[in-house]
Each structure stands twice: as structure tokens, then as C-alpha cells.
Design a protein around this ligand. Sequence first.
Ligand SMILES: Nc1ncnc2c1ncn2[C@@H]1O[C@H](COP(=O)(O)OP(=O)(O)OP(=O)(O)O)[C@@H](O)[C@H]1O
Ligand SMILES: [Mg+2]
Length: 279
Amino acid sequence: MLKVKKHAENNYGESQTKERTLDKTNEPEFNSLLDLRNLSVYYGDHQAVKNVSMPIEKNKVTAFIGPSGCGKSTLLRTINRMNDQIPIAHYDGEINYDGVNILNKDIDVVALRKEIGMVFQEPNPFPKPIRKNITHALKFMGMAKSNMNEIVENSLKQAALWDEIKDRLGDSALSLSGGQQQRLCIARALALQPNVLLLDEPTSALDPISSAKVEDLVMELKQHYTIAIVTHNMEQAARISDNTAFLYNGDLIEFGNTSDLFTNPKEQRTEDYISGKFS
Ligand SMILES: Nc1ncnc2c1ncn2[C@@H]1O[C@H](COP(=O)(O)OP(=O)(O)OP(=O)(O)O)[C@@H](O)[C@H]1O
Ligand SMILES: [Mg+2]
């Protein structure tokens, strides 16, 4: 977190490490770790995310739902600045993380991605041995070699994969099943000891048993991590998330406690979407 704060000045050179408690008056019921404020994301002239303001609560699971193309992945990628890699992408607004606007151009993006890890829809392990999948990122971050075995074991245990693969750490990660590969990708993110995990449809390529394992894992991990998850699966959102954001055509239509949003949506479009009237 310190590394991020080191560069935390806004575009006018003013310090942004202000007391977050001052900002809480607007959202007294949410204990947010991340605050999205008037976030807009564009690809060239096309606005994919429109003026979204919402909290992402600490040690909770926040689900992002909405039809294809509504901006879920764009929003998630913006939270760890993955969209910086897309030349035509640009954004307005703020994402405050522990009092720092992480959209600030001077943020140390490598340090940010260590704190805010991301796992994608398709499992994307490196074509290397299982163990190296985890140590590779650690070495890149300059982690001491003496800790490696412990971190490998702990992160695989946290990802509920250790028992299945502890005897084959030297095998290629590509020899694992899809569900195991996805848990390895989660372990790889956890090895960097992030605060936040961003999961973009992490179970959509998995069979029901593997999906259930990843769901159980998410429920377990929220004790220690703040999690944001994109899903097309309404049952999954209802099962595993505490808060839900419904996006439609780039707009945040509704945000709130998951059970309230699913049982008593305030907006007709939310009700239509969760009841399957459109997808
Ligand atoms: N790299 C890109 N360049 C240009 N436009 C993009 C890019 N990525 C996404 N878009 C556009 O931004 C909008 C939002 O896309 P996004 O991928 O965020 O949607 P999504 O809600 O994640 O959809 P899905 O459920 O299909 O994954 C879409 O109109 C899409 O075409
Ligand atoms: Mg997407």
C-alpha cells in the first residue's frame, strides 16, 4: 500500500492521502475499501462505463452483473489499470483506494497490481511447471528466495489446490484440468499477498464441480480479501456475493445488498434482468 501512496498526488500535485472518514457521510452503511466516484471509461469516442459511483466493501464479495457488453470487464480492468494497455482507452472520475485515487497518472501500476490482483475468464497459467507459475511473479517482485517454498505451499493451500497437486509441482501447469488451472491462477494472484481480488467470470469456462470449488474458495477467501466478481450466473451472484451492482449499457442501474437486490429490486430493469426477461 505504501508504494502506491508514495506517488499519490493528484494532477495538480496535491496530496490525496486525506482522511477517508470525512468521505463516509455519503455512504454511511458501507465499509468500503474502494470507492468508485463518477467513473467513466471510454474506448475512443465510445463510452463503455458511464459515471458510475459505488463502494466496494472491505472483506466482502461484490458481484457485477448485467448483459454482455454492458461494461463489467471494462470496469473491473480499470480497477487495476489493465485498460492502460489499450491505447484508445481513457477514463474520467476517481477510484479511491485507501484514500488514494488509483487512476492518478503517477501511480506505481506494478505495485498497484500486486495489491489488486486479477483473475480472468479463461485460465491462463504460464506454460511452465506448476511451482514456477507462482515463483515467477514473486521473483519479478524481488521476493527473497528463502521464502519461496513456504509461499508456494501457502498460496496453493489457500486456493484449495495443494492436496490435489502437492506431489507434482514440477509438472507443467498445462497438465492440470481447467478447474485446477483456474485455482492455480488464483493461487498465483494470492502469492503476491494482495488486498483485493478481481475475478472476471472465473467459473464460466469450468464444469459444475470445478465451479463449485471456486465458489467455495471465494466464500472462504473473503475473510482475508476484498473480492469483486463478474458473473453471468444469477444463482452464483445470489449465492456468493454480499453486494451486487447491476450494469446496463454502461450505466449503474442499481447497487445494494445482494439479498435486497434479488428479492426486492428497486428498478424495473433490474427485476427484468434477474428474472431472465433479457440477457
Ligand atoms: N479493447 C476494446 N476496444 C474497444 N472497445 C472495447 C474494448 N473492450 C471492450 N470494448 C467495448 O466496451 C463495451 C463494454 O465491453 P466489456 O467487455 O466491458 O463488456 P462486458 O459487460 O464485460 O461483456 P461480456 O459479458 O460479454 O464479457 C462493449 O461495447 C465493447 O465492445
Ligand atoms: Mg466481460
